[in-house]
Each structure stands twice: as C-alpha cells, then as structure tokens.
Design a protein. Structure first.
Length: 310
C-alpha cells in the first residue's frame, strides 16, 4: 500500500514531460529566435526611417521650388513612388526573414507562389499593363502630382501617382481613381504656357478699328496690371475680324500666360470690356440664332386683331 502511494501516477509523468518540453521550447525561443526577431525589427525600422528621411527631403525640396512648378511636381511624384515601392520591398524582405528565423523553408513557398503566379498572371494582365503604363508615364514625364490634366475623359488635379493608378480630383472635389492602363491620351494644362483666348462678340454697327483699338488697350492694361504682371508672359495679340455671323462680328483676343493661369486673366479682361463698351456705347453682338428665336411667332398667342375699316 505504501509503495502504491509513493509511486507517482502515469498522468503526472506525462504532464511533467510536457511541461519540461514547453519550458525548454520557450527558453530556446527566447534565447535564439527573439534576438533575431528584434534585430530584424530594428533593421527594418532603421531602413523605414531612412526612406522617410529621403521622402521628406524630396518633398521639402519640392516646396522650395516656388517658381518652377514642373520641377516641384516631379519631385513630389518621385517621393510618392519611392515611398510606396520601398515599403513593398521592405515587407517582402521581412516576410522572408521571419520564415528563415522560424526554420520554415521558403523555397517551396516561392516555387508554389511562382506556379500560382502564372495562373494569376493570366487573369491579371490588366494589372501588369497598369504597372507598365505607369512606368512609361513616369519615364516620359507625361504628368506629375499637382498638375491639371485631362485623362480618360476626366479633368482635374493629379493628387497621387503610382505604378498602379492615378488619383485625380476635379473642381467639385470628386476624387477619381484611374487605372494607368486606361490612360490612352493626356491633355496637360500645366506645362510651359497657356493661351488666354477670349472671342469678343460685337454688333456689326460698331467701327472695327475703334473696337480693335479699345480691345488692345484693355488687354495691355491687364498685361501691365501688378496682379497679372508675373502671370502674363507676352504682349496681347488682337487678331482682328475673325468671323462674321449676320450682325455678329467676332474679335479674338489672345494673351500668353503661365501654365494653368488663364481664368483670372480672362475674368479681369471680361470685366474691363463690359465697362469700356458701356462707356463708349459699343453694342455687344447678338447671335443670329437669338434673332431667329425672337422673330418666330408664338403659336399659342391669340390672333392679332384686324384694324376696323370705316
């Protein structure tokens, strides 16, 4: 009876063995794997800080290019692409290192991923097309972050550009995410210069020489205005009588301005033209379509009364 009580039960031996095994595994993990994990995390953190340092430097240099909008947009685009690409590479390296630390062979995983990638690639050709087209957009410098463009039939300001897609926000605040494979043609309004063109419609009764003289004087006033002196980069050009539509005569006024700076110049020019024409008594033109609409009788009107014949 005493011998049976002194002998430990079989379950106790099994529990002690499992406890010793877990204890040894934890000690081995803390002694071997934890320092390696900490080293990987430390190295990744340092690399991430280095990437952020260069990204912030690029963005800071872009902010310093006040007079060179195109160069600033290029630097912001490079900073965005470098940040996204570097983070993807760091995540892939971290995955391989973690698998290596836990003694998980990653070669079969990579081989399996390659086989799966072939099948996925057949169904994801548009993604690769997006990336290839995005690379061509960057290499050919078609547009940059901050520029006003029209792509895929949508006009707006480029807020973000990556190898996969382009984000464009229009004047209403709507954000469009456009895959780069859909960018077949690009209209860039922020390169080199723009032409502020205003076709002025004047009635045919006005003297053409007087009209052109007034338009030239008004355009030069806008050109020399302190608010637009740095925007307008060339003297205005009055093309003369460009078109005649019945009683309507068209006089185009062109002013070369800095890229994407047409609207404020045109607003100031329209205001001056209205005030000057009102002062000089020059009537604005009325479209021939408007004349036809005014002359067309109203079918719902009552018949006109015939005069009484005495």
């Amino acid at each position: 009876m005493m011998l049976l009580q002194a002998a430990p039960p079989q379950d106790q031996h099994l529990f002690d063995a499992i406890e010793r095994g877990w204890h040894n595994d934890i000690i081995d993990f803390v002694r071997d794997q934890v320092p390696k994990l900490l080293a990987v995390v430390l190295v990744l953190f340092i690399l991430q800080r280095i990437i952020l340092f260069f990204v912030h430097r690029l963005r800071k240099r872009a902010d310093n290019y006040v007079g060179n909008f195109q160069r600033a947009a290029q630097l912001r685009t490079i900073a965005s692409v470098v940040r996204a690409t570097s983070y993807a590479v760091l995540a892939f390296i971290a995955l391989l290192q973690i698998l290596n630390i836990f003694n998980i062979p990653y070669q079969p995983i990579l081989a399996s991923a390659g086989i799966i990638g072939v099948g996925v690639g057949l169904g994801a050709q548009s993604m690769f097309k997006d990336m290839i087209n995005g690379l061509l957009i960057l290499v050919e410098d078609q547009y940059n972050v901050g520029e006003v463009v029209t792509i895929a039939g949508l006009k707006g300001t480029v807020e973000d550009l990556s190898l996969r897609s382009t984000r464009v926000r229009d004047a209403d605040g709507t954000l469009y995410i456009i895959p780069n494979s859909q960018v077949a043609s690009v209209s860039n309004f922020s390169r080199d210069y723009s032409i502020a063109s205003l076709p002025v419609s004047v009635d045919a009764s006005a003297n053409p020489d007087k009209v052109m003289g007034i338009l030239l004087a008004l355009a030069e006033q806008v050109r020399n205005d302190p608010a637009f002196k740095d925007i307008a980069i060339a003297d205005p050009d009055i093309l003369g009588v460009n078109e005649i539509r019945g009683r309507e005569v068209i006089y185009p006024v062109n002013i070369r301005v800095r890229a994407n700076q047409r609207d404020p110049v045109l607003r100031a020019l329209r205001r001056r033209i209205i005030l000057a024409f009102e002062k000089e008594g020059i009537p604005l033109g009325i479209s021939s379509n408007m004349l036809l609409m005014q002359q067309k009788p109203d079918p719902t009107a009552p018949p006109a009364q015939q005069p009484l014949i005495g």
